[in-house]
Design a protein around this ligand. Structure first.
Ligand code: GTQ
Length: 345
């Protein structure tokens, strides 16, 4: 109970930049996660695509530096965040455009949603961007994007910007040249580090994976084989995580990413974990229940599940979901928890 004496004390404390813990303790140290992030959904065809294409007619990729529609969580508006720890956006480059070369402390992942003919260049090597490809631009690497093709190309960007800014550790720079000179031919990194082999006595110099493109064709084929061989996990279907082939760990120090196949008719059980997770639909149609919200999805739709909200998926046809989260950072810090909820009787 707040007495007159306490109120008086608080006023004098306040003047000295001092505050009473007992007024805020339960909010500061909740008994379980209490995220500001809420479940949210963006339809690609109805919400994202028309707006991004319209922006494409009004500002060039070069003018914008990055022409991106930022997906803002409705519980975190104005902060360029899709979760407490992650940034997400949908980037467009149209035929003939480039997004100029720069580097930053933030690590980025890309998941290609639509179109062929664009590339991402990382440290002198280009990789083609095809729908479903998972692409890395690790912390501190110069990267640029270009579209010498004939159709607009759109992809999901995921960055750990809120983590980098939490620590006040952001640096960024532009490269003098708008585009990086090509130093190695396409496919070099994948051959060198991504064939279950690495150069003899290779020692990693970076905390991030030395491969920077994980082609969808390979990942999809693995899921298909595992779906035939089983078992199908009652919670996650057939779910694989992307790895750094040198360590077997997550591809980058902060961001984990996953690809899961939900067979037609799959009715998943609910589970929850402390890593708020962003999903993008690679294939198929279905529904995901997140807490009390249910989202009905189709290819290229994007949705987000907050920390500790129960999540369950259902598929009406064979479906593939891509997802990413800060699980790598949480695990490195000993914070991550998962709970598989009681199965229906
Ligand atoms: O492509 O480098 O969505 O630097 C936000 C910041 C994309 C990028 C974003 C970036 C990039």
């Amino acid at each position: 109970m707040e007495t007159a004496e306490l109120r008086d004390l608080y006023a004098r404390m306040n003047q000295k930049n001092i505050a009473p813990l007992w007024e805020v303790l339960s909010r500061l140290v909740p008994s379980e996660p209490n995220p500001a992030c809420v479940p949210a959904f963006w339809s690609f065809d109805r919400d994202i695509r028309p707006l991004v294409i319209e922006a494409g007619g009004l500002i060039t990729a070069k003018q914008a530096e990055r022409r991106v529609a930022v997906l803002e969580n409705p519980g975190l508006r104005g902060q360029s965040q899709i979760t407490q720890s992650l940034y997400a956006g949908v980037q467009l480059i149209t035929p003939g455009e480039i997004a100029t070369s720069h580097c930053h402390t933030a690590s980025a992942i890309r998941f290609v949603l639509e179109g062929e003919g664009a590339y991402t260049a990382v440290e002198g090597e280009r990789t083609a961007m095809r729908p479903g490809d998972f692409i890395l631009t690790p912390s501190g690497t110069f990267h640029d994007h270009g579209n010498p093709g004939r159709e607009p190309v759109m992809w999901l960007d995921g960055l750990d910007v809120p983590i980098v800014n939490l620590f006040d550790t952001s640096f960024s720079a532009h490269q003098q040249e708008e585009m990086q000179a090509v130093a190695r031919s396409e496919g070099d990194a994948l051959a060198r580090y991504g064939a279950n082999m690495v150069p003899v006595e290779y020692e990693a110099r970076s905390r991030s994976a030395p491969v920077f493109c994980y082609p969808y064709s390979r990942s999809r084929e693995a899921l298909e084989t595992l779906r035939r061989n089983g078992p199908i996990d009652p919670w996650h279907g057939v779910k694989l995580q992307y790895i750094n082939p040198v360590t077997g760990g997550y591809p980058m120090p902060t961001i984990a990413a996953f690809l899961q196949l939900l067979p037609s008719g799959f009715r998943g059980e609910a589970s929850r974990s402390t890593d708020s997770t962003v999903y993008a639909v690679a294939e198929g149609r279905g529904r995901t229940r997140i807490g009390t919200a249910t989202f009905t999805w189709a290819p290229r739709d994007i949705f987000v599940a907050p920390s500790w909200a129960p999540v369950s998926h259902q598929a009406d046809e064979d479906a593939v979901l891509f997802s990413f989260s800060d699980r790598a950072a949480q695990k490195a810090l000993g914070l991550w928890r998962e709970e598989k909820l009681q199965r229906r009787p």
